[in-house]
Design a protein around this ligand. Structure first.
Ligand SMILES: *[C@@H]1O[C@H](CO)[C@@H](O)[C@H](O)[C@H]1NC(C)=O
Ligand SMILES: *[C@@H]1O[C@H](CO)[C@@H](O)[C@H](O)[C@H]1NC(C)=O
Ligand SMILES: *[C@@H]1O[C@H](CO)[C@@H](O)[C@H](O)[C@H]1NC(C)=O
Length: 378
């Protein structure tokens, strides 16, 4: 907002410079007058730009022009009737929706989208949640694939960036994609919808609403969970969050989004891991809680008791093929467990357990190798 104002001030400064020059010119010939008028306008424009430029780099350095423009755009109601329609159709009675974002690489047949949707069907009490899922696509191909499989699809305006190929972990396109996602979620909150955001490489095995904290505004999955949901030393994973829409969470999300300029080159999750200590969070009054990996597991850390597991994330894993490979096995593990439970076979000796991570376990080293290969290839 502040930058918007100073941009307006800049224009004003340009205009104000005109009258102070004009009166002294009224007696000169028409030709000279025209030249002067042109140059006065030019001076005005230059002055305006100069003021704008200075205000953009100096006093509000942490708020770039692009951010304030978007913040302004968000606050205008009924901006996106298509999104509002999709969200309304998917919303639960209390307005809550489930959101995932998807690009072409993840939407291909036999890839993550298929596994993600399958998990809702083989999970315990998760199938009914599918009608509340909004799939936000980042490119046209993912959108077409979504429409073929699911009733609630929304194509996000990606503002000129091509997110369709597999955005390799921590490349600049990957970062842009992550931050565009946060920006989109601010908009959803401002529309008044609480949401569960889930990455598409998370399998929904049981209803997560049975495991959420009752009193929290913002609850987030953990890469590493130390045993206490309020302990700020827990390591968050932004791939799974449950956020209640209220003024506190809107303020917090805007603060999170702004903080990306203080920690350039870092993704939303790393920035969150820094700002979780900020005194601004208690000041806003937002209750932040970390979800237990016993219920919201992942390849970084995962509870052993399958009956307690709501969702499992292919985190601590890079590379699409590695994720697909291990998640496919995870669903088999789950089926083994769940079918036996249904059949009433509970003998401890035959109790199934997780057999993953496998390929994901070594994916970081092999991922680095892959990148180096690419470099020498170029
Ligand atoms: C985006 O990238 C993909 C793969 O790299 C390419 O096939 C596609 O044509 C690109 N789309 C646009 C709009 O540039
Ligand atoms: C399935 O979900 C129901 C309801 O939450 C629960 O009572 C039951 O124990 C679950 N089944 C298994 C195998 O975890
Ligand atoms: C278990 O149940 C699922 C779905 O109900 C089924 O597709 C699968 O073949 C069954 N058996 C095993 C061993 O996974």
């Amino acid at each position: 907002m502040k930058n918007n104002n100073s941009a307006a001030d800049g224009e004003q400064a340009g205009k104000l410079s005109v009258p102070s020059v004009v009166p002294t010119m009224t007696t000169t010939s028409v030709v000279t007058w025209r030249t002067v008028r042109v140059s006065v306008v030019l001076v005005g424009v230059t002055l305006g730009l100069f003021v704008l430029y200075n205000s953009a780099i100096n006093p509000f350095k942490f708020l770039p022009v692009s951010y304030t423009y978007r913040a302004f755009r968000f606050s205008s109601p009924h901006k996106d009737p298509i999104l509002e329609k999709v969200v309304k159709e998917a919303a639960m009675e209390d307005g809550t929706i489930i959101i995932t974002t998807l690009n072409d690489a993840w939407a291909e047949p036999d890839s993550l989208l298929d596994l993600f949707l399958k998990s809702f069907h083989v999970g315990n009490g998760t199938q009914r949640l599918l009608k509340h899922l909004v799939i936000v696509t980042l490119d046209q191909k993912a959108y077409s694939r979504c429409v073929a499989l699911h009733p609630h699809c929304y194509q996000l305006d990606t503002q000129g960036t091509n997110f369709s190929s597999e955005a390799y972990f921590m490349t600049s396109d990957y970062l842009k994609m992550m931050w565009r996602r946060i920006e989109f979620l601010i908009y959803v909150l401002e529309m008044g919808h609480s949401f569960v955001f889930t990455d598409t490489d998370i399998m929904w095995l049981q209803d997560p609403f049975n495991h959420f904290y009752k009193e929290a505004d913002f609850q987030i999955a953990s890469d590493s969970y130390l045993g206490n949901p309020e302990d700020l030393n827990n390591v968050p994973n932004g791939g799974f969050v449950y956020v209640r829409a209220n003024p506190k969470t809107v303020k917090f999300y805007k603060f999170w989004y702004q903080s990306r300029t203080i920690y350039p080159g870092q993704h939303d999750q790393d920035v969150l891991n820094k700002i979780k200590h900020s005194p601004l969070i208690p000041k806003i009054g937002m209750k932040l809680r970390f979800l237990d990996t016993a219920n919201f597991g992942g390849f970084c850390q995962m509870g052993r008791d399958m009956s307690k597991m709501a969702t499992v994330h292919a985190n601590c894993c890079v590379g699409l093929e590695n994720k697909v490979h291990d998640l496919r096995i995870l669903l088999q593990d789950w089926n083994n467990f769940f079918n036996r439970t249904i059949a009433g076979n509970k003998s401890p000796s035959s109790t199934p357990s997780w057999t993953v991570p496998q390929d994901c376990r070594t994916s970081f080293q092999r991922g680095r190798q892959h990148k180096d290969d690419k470099k020498t290839g170029n």
